[in-house]
Design a protein around this ligand. Structure first.
Ligand code: AMP
Length: 119
């Protein structure tokens, strides 16, 4: 169940501030409050979707295209394309998703390091 009081829903309703990078009808991107790289930005859909599979199954094609265009526009604005970046979507308990509104992490501006640390 989507919780309309999650922090990203509040950002979308302008109830709490964010440091915006780009926005469109179907996405908003803003700087992560606790950056894990020189550049750490989140891209979220404007619709109420819990995670990647909720979005894939329930968002309209227009929303899905709009979200990906938002990721691309954000990468362009941040000038990350030339040197590369990492996209991450944490989902559920094993993925350690903290905020229950779908979000894409964009990490760049330096070498992000190994994908995961082996157990
Ligand atoms: P996740 O573990 O994938 O759910 O990541 C949630 C991310 O949201 C974390 O990297 C947090 O630092 C970030 N975050 C939480 N609250 C805010 C906020 N108010 N503004 C920007 N980023 C936030």
């Amino acid at each position: 169940m989507y919780d309309t009081n999650n922090i990203f829903a509040k950002i979308l309703r302008d109830e709490i501030p964010c440091k915006k990078v780009a926005e469109g009808n179907y996405f908003l991107s803003f700087y992560d409050i606790n950056p894990k790289a020189n550049t750490h930005v989140l891209v979220i859909p404007t619709g109420p979707y819990l995670n990647a599979h909720d979005f894939a199954q329930n968002a309209s094609p227009v929303e899905q295209i709009g979200f990906w265009q938002g990721v691309d526009e954000t990468l362009e604005t941040l000038k990350l394309k030339e040197n590369g970046y990492r996209l991450i979507m944490n989902t559920g308990i094993n993925g350690r998703q903290e905020v229950p509104h779908m979000h894409m992490h964009i990490l760049g501006g330096n070498d992000i390091g190994p994908m995961v640390v082996k157990k």
